[in-house]
Design a protein around this ligand. Structure first.
Ligand SMILES: CCCCCc1ccc(-c2ccc(S(=O)(=O)CCO)cc2)cc1[C@H]1C[C@H]1c1ccccn1
Length: 240
């Protein structure tokens, strides 16, 4: 994959997104407003518009027990599971397999009245990162999705309005030492999740509609996705 034309962009965007995801909502200056809370999950957004279109950056932080960052990123990255947890997905297609950890997707999402239907083309990269806090702790895992162009799916050539997004799922795992001699079980594992996303809706959509959609869909997505991974992994050996 190091020889692929996208490789320099992938390296740059992954470094930028991971650095941003590691910033707390406090440190990255003012402007983050809490808009949803559910147990350990906190969802923040900044109200931003580009050319009169809502492109509110979103940052969600969540802590889940019993699954590792590698497991979360495995189920987020791999196409074969996506229809199980991505409720707004209408169609998904892998356009290119750049390497086993780098794919290019085309997705159409269900139409959200009164806006027109959207589609997206993005590269998706799965990456293991060293744990910079605790050298002998589990690694950090991330998936970065970033819009790209593809000759088979020119933007706005069909019925869908092309959206543009950058998404980063960053997962940091912690293992609390079990009682002396006991093996590590899923009860000893905690994963801190940071999900950052900026979605440019492409064509015009009413700000009120977009903000209502984001307020409804993002909490639902993160809750459903983490519950899905817990259910998929509960009887499987732990993947670090
Ligand atoms: C008028 C609505 C315009 C935007 C509709 C739309 C399209 C794609 C997306 C989207 C596409 C990909 C990703 S992902 O994280 O890369 C995972 C892979 O699927 C995430 C979200 C979002 C939304 C916005 C509904 C909003 C919404 C928010 C969370 C989930 C679903 N829908």
């Amino acid at each position: 994959a190091t020889l692929h034309r996208l490789w320099p962009e992938i390296e740059k965007v992954v470094k930028q997104e991971v650095a941003m995801a590691k910033l707390g909502v406090g440190e990255s200056g003012t402007g983050w407003q809490l808009f949803a809370e559910d147990g350990e999950m906190r969802m923040y957004r900044r109200e931003e518009e580009v050319d009169g279109m809502v492109v509110d950056p979103l940052k969600a932080v969540h802590v889940v027990k019993g699954i590792t960052g590698r497991e979360l990123c495995h189920y987020f990255f791999n196409p074969q599971y996506r229809y199980d947890w991505e409720t707004t997905l209408e169609h998904m297609n892998v356009l290119e397999t750049i390497s086993e950890d780098t794919l290019i997707f085309h997705q159409t999402h269900k139409r959200i009245w009164p806006a027109s239907q959207r589609d997206v083309v993005f590269w998706s990269h799965l990456r293991r990162l060293p744990n910079d806090q605790d050298r002998d702790g589990p690694d950090i895992w991330t998936v970065v999705n970033n819009s790209t162009e593809h000759p088979d799916h020119p933007a706005n050539a069909g019925k869908c309005v092309r959206i543009f997004l950058t998404v980063c799922l960053l997962c940091q795992t912690r293992v609390d030492p079990p009682k002396a001699g006991a093996p590590v079980s899923r009860d000893d594992i905690t994963c801190k999740i940071t999900y950052c996303s900026v979605v440019n809706p492409g064509g015009w959509a009413p700000a009120s509609v977009l903000r209502a959609v984001y307020k409804r869909e993002y909490p639902k997505f993160l809750k459903r996705f983490t519950a899905y991974v817990k259910n998929q992994t509960k009887d499987k050996p732990i993947m670090y």
